[in-house]
Every structure is written in structure tokens, then in C-alpha cells.
Design a protein around this ligand. Structure first.
Ligand SMILES: C[S@@+](CC[C@H](N)C(=O)[O-])C[C@H]1O[C@@H](n2cnc3c(N)ncnc32)[C@H](O)[C@@H]1O
Length: 209
């Protein structure tokens, strides 16, 4: 078991300079998907390969993983994939980085750290303030995908997101995938483990209205 990184530690108050979308991607005009807590980024590498008509951005709090992912992007000369190191909350809260949220077409929270103890709930990535930051700047129609194998965490995230009146749940079958490429086509590492071990998966999709 890996030791979870405490996102509230002062270590993450300093945010690296985030380049513009033009610096990040070969074609900055493509639709943009953000994966929050992307770990080593395998899910995004797979997506970037199967769907070259979208740009993919990952934010991850474990620096080494981001460093390695960035090297792999350069080695493989992938033009529609970029990784950012840091606490996604701090990064997206920063007014200088509002352009990221404003340009998104979809976001995924795949198997976020559960932080089981009640006194640690504040370390969970999905928080009301964070969802407000997203709802303030996301375009109408932007999708949020959540997925977890922890029912309590699912309920926690679902309650927070649906408490924000700018988001409503949307059924899979009502999604227009010509507008929103379905990231669920690709399995994340944690998801593969969960499937292999026949654990439950709790998932939902929300749309900004
Ligand atoms: C359980 S792992 C899931 C990884 C991957 N999404 C998957 O499904 O296989 C959760 C990931 O989120 C990262 N993480 C946790 N809190 C974060 C935060 N505030 N900002 C960015 N990444 C975070 C962790 O370091 C970890 O890599």
C-alpha cells in the first residue's frame, strides 16, 4: 500500500508556472479533457492515443510520477497530452489558471483517495469550495465523470456536486459523444484492479447547466 500524500500540506502551496494551452499542446484548439489525480497517467496515455482529436491534461500531486510521465510524453512525441504537478485544488483555484477551467469540455475524478477517517474528509479532492470554483468558470455543457469503489466516498462526492445548482446528473445514454468523447472507454489502473478483484464500481456523470 502506498502512503497517501496529504494535499493540505504546506509543501503544495507553491504552484509551478502553468504554461498556456498553446505551449502545452500541438493544437490548442482541440477539445480539452482534464483528469484529476491521474497518478502515472496510463489512463491519459491510452486516451491520447485512441482519440487524437482531443487534448488531455492530467494533474497529480506525486511529483515523481509527473516527472516520469512528462519524460514519456517527450520520448513518444505525443502532442495532445500534458501533465501538471501539484494539488489540483490549489492549481485550479489560482486566478492565473482560470483559463484551464474555462477551456475544459470534460473532467474526470477516477478513484480519488478515499481518506476514510472523518477527520481526514477535508483532504478529499471533491469539496464544495472546489466544485464552486469549477461551476463559476466551466462552460455550459461541460461534463464531470466520477468513479470510485468506495460507496461512502461516492455518496460524499455525489452530495457535494448535486448540492451545486449548476450541475445535474446525466444518464450515459443521453450523452452526445460527438461533442464529448467518452473517457470511460478506457480503464484506469485502479479500475483494472477493482474489476480483477470483483469489487463494486460506483460512477456518475454530471453536466454543467
Ligand atoms: C487512488 S489513486 C487513483 C489513480 C488513478 N486515477 C486511477 O484510477 O488509477 C488517486 C490519485 O490521486 C492523487 N491525488 C490525491 N489528491 C490529489 C490532489 N489534491 N491533487 C492532485 N492529485 C491528487 C494521488 O496522489 C493518487 O495518484
Amino acid at each position: 500500500m502506498r502512503q497517501h500524500v496529504n494535499p493540505l500540506s504546506n509543501n503544495f502551496n507553491q504552484i509551478e508556472r502553468i504554461p498556456s494551452l498553446i505551449e502545452m499542446f500541438g493544437d490548442a484548439t482541440l477539445n480539452l479533457h482534464l483528469d484529476i489525480g491521474c497518478a502515472a497517467g496510463e489512463f491519459l496515455f491510452d486516451l491520447a492515443l485512441v482519440n487524437t482529436s482531443w487534448n488531455y491534461l492530467g494533474i497529480e500531486i506525486r511529483e515523481k510520477l509527473v516527472k516520469n510521465a512528462k519524460i514519456k510524453v517527450l520520448e513518444k512525441e505525443i502532442k495532445n497530452l500534458y501533465f501538471i504537478f501539484g494539488n489540483a485544488n490549489n492549481i485550479l483555484n489560482d486566478s492565473q489558471n482560470k483559463f484551464i477551467i474555462q477551456n475544459l469540455k470534460s473532467i474526470s475524478f477516477n478513484f480519488p483517495d478515499p481518506w476514510f477517517k472523518k477527520r481526514h474528509y477535508k483532504r478529499r479532492i471533491v469539496q464544495s469550495e472546489f466544485i464552486n470554483v469549477l461551476s463559476n468558470s466551466l462552460q455550459i455543457g461541460t461534463l464531470i465523470f466520477i468513479k470510485t469503489d468506495v460507496k461512502d466516498l461516492f455518496d460524499y462526492m455525489d452530495c457535494i456536486i448535486t448540492s451545486n445548482s449548476y450541475f445535474k446528473t446525466i444518464d450515459k445514454k443521453d450523452l452526445n459523444y460527438s461533442v464529448s468523447f467518452n473517457p470511460n472507454k478506457v480503464k484506469t489502473n485502479r479500475e483494472k484492479y477493482v474489476i480483477d478483484n470483483q469489487l463494486d464500481i460506483f460512477e456518475r456523470i454530471y453536466i454543467k447547466i
